[in-house]
Design a protein around this ligand. Structure first.
Ligand SMILES: Cc1cc2nc3c(=O)[nH]c(=O)nc-3n(C[C@H](O)[C@H](O)[C@H](O)COP(=O)(O)OP(=O)(O)OC[C@H]3O[C@@H](n4cnc5c(N)ncnc54)[C@H](O)[C@@H]3O)c2cc1C
Length: 407
């Protein structure tokens, strides 16, 4: 394992940091973004500047607007961007998952049509996979597309579609052949989110936000020229998207060991003796988070070393999200409990770290589900990392139409 930047990587990091400082200024300048509209506007403006400066599509082919740099350069840029709290969230799904799938499977003229506007932040994309009865088992989805001349007609419902209410395009996984096994009768399309028959209904969350949606499709026409890959090959196309998703959602976005240590130092112990830091039970928890965070960091260095050598990280990457999402929830819960009755105050003007522990507490359950639930990740780790026997799969070799789905 090599923990240090090579001289070329160090030079790129310094250059990126200088550009971020010049372009974004200190992170505090973005604390004024109150509404989702503000965030989208600021994110689009930032993305346009980033594209003009050549910091987009770092690892992508040059003919699609990329720079063909090794993946480690994307890791370095993202690390620096995170330090400046760059407004990038609306583009995570599009540029992290949808557009790489478009590049891998769409026609040359469509790649030209979609990639540039996405890289410049002019168009935002969403991922339309999950359905009310198809999440972990997404290949069991019901939304269907039926061929009609040069078009397909789509009917059905998606759910948990992040950002659908402000997106321009999406990648849509549908069933085109119910006679085949569930994984083999699927096809992927690009869908215009403003097309007639597409109805987006926001879902209100316990955090007060409305990040994701139900999306209904009623006789939506999609041209066959918007198909990604072969008819019936949608599962393999989706695997490319999902592989990118696991890498994209691995990191923790909440307060970490350093922040809770500081809180414990400055918060009275419930016993009334000294600070929370002197509380034996709390010290044990602190030690656990420290070990988990350090373990994750060392695992990440291993991934970075693999990327640096041009290798593709494997299923062991599922460990990162599993550890981080659980640590985030546990740590935020302990921070709020540790503050005793003050813990109910989430107002950023008063709460520690501008309410970051409360935000993490609300966000962590979602993170434990998005991009693969804890149980699914444990199955992956058990089967593909540790080589344990496979989970029982009762639907192998059965046509989708013969599965007992309760229809
Ligand atoms: C914040 C967030 C953002 C999301 N964004 C999107 C998006 O943009 N686009 C999109 O398409 N989807 C999105 N999703 C949906 C997400 O992919 C699904 O919620 C996820 O795959 C789980 O599916 P489910 O909710 O249907 O739960 P289910 O699959 O019904 O799972 C229910 C429970 O059963 C367990 N379980 C299921 N199968 C197994 C098994 N084989 N072994 C053991 N336990 C099992 C699960 O772990 C879980 O605890 C998002 C979800 C969240 C939380």
């Amino acid at each position: 394992m090599d923990f240090n930047d090579s001289s070329e990587e160090a030079a790129f990091r310094a250059e990126a940091r200088a550009w971020l400082e010049k372009t974004l200024g200190p992170p505090a300048s973005r604390a004024t973004m109150k509404t989702e509209g503000d965030v989208i506007k600021a994110s689009k403006a930032y993305q346009a500047k980033k594209a003009a400066a050549g910091y987009v599509g770092l690892t992508w082919r040059k003919d699609v607007g990329g720079r063909e740099l090794p993946p480690i350069f994307q890791v370095i840029f993202s690390q620096e961007e995170q330090k400046f709290q760059a407004p990038v969230s609306p583009f995570g799904i599009g540029l992290g998952m949808c557009i790489p799938t478009v590049i891998a499977f769409h026609s040359a003229d469509k790649i030209k049509r979609y990639v540039g506007p996405a890289l410049r932040g002019e168009e935002i994309w969403c991922q339309l996979f999950s359905e009310p009865s198809a999440g972990s088992d997404v290949a069991g989805l019901k939304t269907k597309a039926v061929r009609d001349g040069d078009d397909w007609i789509v009917n059905g419902q998606k759910v948990w579609t992040s950002g659908a209410h402000y997106c321009d395009y999406g990648i849509l996984l549908v069933r085109t052949n119910p006679e085949k096994e569930k994984h083999k009768g699927l096809t992927m399309f690009v869908v215009n989110m403003k097309a007639p028959g597409v109805e987006v209904r926001p879902i209100h969350q316990m955090s007060g936000g409305s990040n994701f949606n139900e999306v209904y499709f009623t006789d939506v026409r999609i041209s066959d020229s918007e198909r990604l890959g072969e008819v019936g090959n949608g599962w393999n196309v989706a695997l490319v998207t999902l592989m990118n998703e696991r890498l994209a959602v691995g990191g923790s976005a909440g307060p970490e060991y350093g922040e809770i240590l500081e809180l414990a130092r400055n918060t009275p112990s419930p016993s009334g003796k000294g600070s929370l830091l002197q509380d034996q039970a709390f010290r044990e928890k602190l030690a656990g988070w420290y070990v988990s965070a350090e373990g994750y960091t060392l695992g990440k260095y291993r991934t970075m070393t693999a990327l640096s050598k041009g290798q593709t990280p494997g299923p062991e990457n599922s460990i990162g999200k599993l550890l981080n999402a659980n640590r985030m929830q546990d740590l935020a819960n302990a921070a709020i409990e540790g503050e005793d009755h003050f813990g109910i105050i989430s107002d950023p003007a008063v709460a520690p770290l501008q309410g970051a522990f409360h935000n993490a507490y609300m966000w962590a359950p979602g993170l434990r589900i998005a991009g693969g639930t804890d149980e699914i990740l444990r199955n992956i780790i058990a089967e593909r990392v540790l080589g344990l026997p496979q989970d029982v799969r009762v639907d192998k070799g059965v046509a989708y139409k013969d599965l007992p789905t309760g229809r």
